[in-house]
Unconditional design. Sequence first.
Lengths: 581, 197
Amino acid sequence: MGNCCSDNNGGGWSAVGGSHNNILTPGATVNETVDFFLKSRGYQGLFAQIELSFSATNLRDRDVLSKSDPMLVFYSKGRDGKLEELGRTEVILNSLNPVWITKYVITYQFEVVQNLVFHVYDVDTQFHNVPVKMLKLDEQQFLGESSCALSEIVTKPTRTLTQSLVSREEFNRLDRPQGRGELTVRAEECIGSKTMTEMILRCSDIEYKDLFSKSDPFLVISKIVESGDPIPVCKTEVIKNDLNPTWKPLCLNIQQVGSKDSPLLIECFNFNSNGRHDLIGEVQKSLGDLEKLQHNEQGENLFLPTVVGHNYQNKVLKSRLFVDKFSESVQNTFLDYIAGGCELSFMVAIDFTASNGNSRLPDSLHYIDPSGRPNAYQKAILEVGEVLQFYDTDKRFPAWGFGARPIDGPVSHCFNLNGSNYQCEVEGIQGIMTAYASALRNVSLAGPTLFGPVISNASIIASQALANNQQKYFVLLIITDGVITDLQETKDALVKASDLPLSILIVGVGGADFKEMEVLDADKGERLESTAGRIASRDIVQFVPFRDVQSGEFLIVQSLLAELPLQFLTYMRRRNIHPLN
Amino acid sequence: MEKSSSSSSSRSLEVTIISAENLRKNHRSIKKNAFVTLETDPNNSQSTSMADSIGGSYPSWNEKFELTLPYNLRYIRLEVKCKTATGVKTIGSVNIPISDLLEDFIPPSCLHHLSYRLRERDGDRNGIINLSIRMKGADSYVPRPSPYMRVQTGYKINSNACRSMPMLPTGIRQTAYNNTGGIAMGIPVSKGYGLVL
């Protein structure tokens, strides 16, 4: 896919960007439309525009005759530790408790840990006429720094994070001395992205364009940017052989079109399978105008630009555009739920089947390198856990293993990784790593590879939260090296789990053929169907192979996590669950 | 099948027929006039209204029904039909087992969103129907555990890896239902992983 107006989607007959064929519930339409819109623009997962605002208190006084003149410089910190400057605030004169006016808009990405670093400087009087961009930072007095992950701010109920400022030398120490003041960063989601409009458009008396039949009309809605060029935003499905067509409901995000008053070009075309669609007529209206049309139940005549001599003239047509329905709604975003206190609970299940190879040998996927280099399992746990831990406050993670024989016992397809008979939870990501290493020493790898029991145990935990009315969403990470033996049982378990607050991430390690895993990931095929004919009510599985990659694992984990916020939102909206507070 | 208290006469099902997907008749997508009938027995059936042409072969209804639930009822039958010029044609049907509600991970009184494959009379696959069901007056009901609800175990830590005690199953996990009245769970007896463990 890609271009909104291209005709490579189902031969061009289907709607793009607007309504969607695959409607589960009417409420889901909006969501899928947004998904599609984002995906068509290269945003794989959830993204939200966050506005950061900054203030500080009790800064250190460096000037002799007056108070400090503070300025804040903020950076993003890459995985290699490199700082990249994002921007600078203005200099506030004579203040130890500055509230900076400069805001910074950052794109929040769920699937990435976005580390931010803040440096506060006292700008000397002699530089006050220099634009802040031109200031040489090493000529300024350093007042202190702090750092955090963006997800730490957005998961706070107040969306505000206050941290002590430290000097450079103290930065890596745990016992940070006080006295340099505190920096407060506030994150607010830009509101435009939340408002959706839904419209039903209809045309009357469309002209004949086809030789032997009535026209096959569809609409393209474009926004008109400053340069005057229209940028297509969405297109309806094609209605065959109809001169008075009513199209399926269209959903537009206000941000998608600019604002309610931005002019939109609505063009009605006659579909032509060769791609050269004939323009039937067009009209220019903003969303606000369309709302008025609906309110007054009036139609608007389409016109057709025609060449008369040297001039263009607009020929007014008999065809008219009507708006049968116009509604606006504010959709709760992923961050609304998170800030409202909804938690993402992380669970892990690790494949201990014999196909991994003897864990004492270096060619085994389970080999623990004495040098500390993590194996594929450890890498997957660390990288997924790194992102998810911010959303789980108690940081107690259920961790299981499957496909191994505990000493002298029969093969177990779901045993507690920590060896306990009662408690499957471990403390923190480090707890998972410790339990994993301990399990490797204490079980013997066996087989076959069954997912059903692990999925069922995760389902039980998820259903307990649901039955107790807790607002929680669960994420089960299954790391496996092989092809599953119980494909149908796994499907059955997944179909039942699809009605629970649960998403399942499957990471395939090693070189096996993971074709069957792709079947479980419904976005690559059909919806999962159980033996009894029950069908998964939504897609809850995301599969990613984690092999043949030396440097790009980071992106792999991103693509694994990218779908999660959307799966989360589909669940919440379907059940009509609203954010707490 | 299920043991229930005697006061089961007041039980009922609240069924919402939400939508259907990809409905076909003679291999062609239907345009309009699809509707759904629900029946608990041949003498007791209700229907949705006819869907307009907006959804085409993806009609949506969002209509809610209340069905009284006879004690021994095993399934509800749904039929998706379409009114055409030559009369009413059945597109596909499905029997929804009540056990899908009773043996689910969440209590029957919680809202269940369910989707089912529709089958034509000769067994061919047709579209999908989406509905939600909630059981009313079901609190006295003893749910049966899912066949997947399994014993969970640990392993015996033994660092020198010599012979030690066999792994012991620790009993059936408490399930999600225990808040509906503290009912003890039975031991799952059906197929699945019973023998493998």
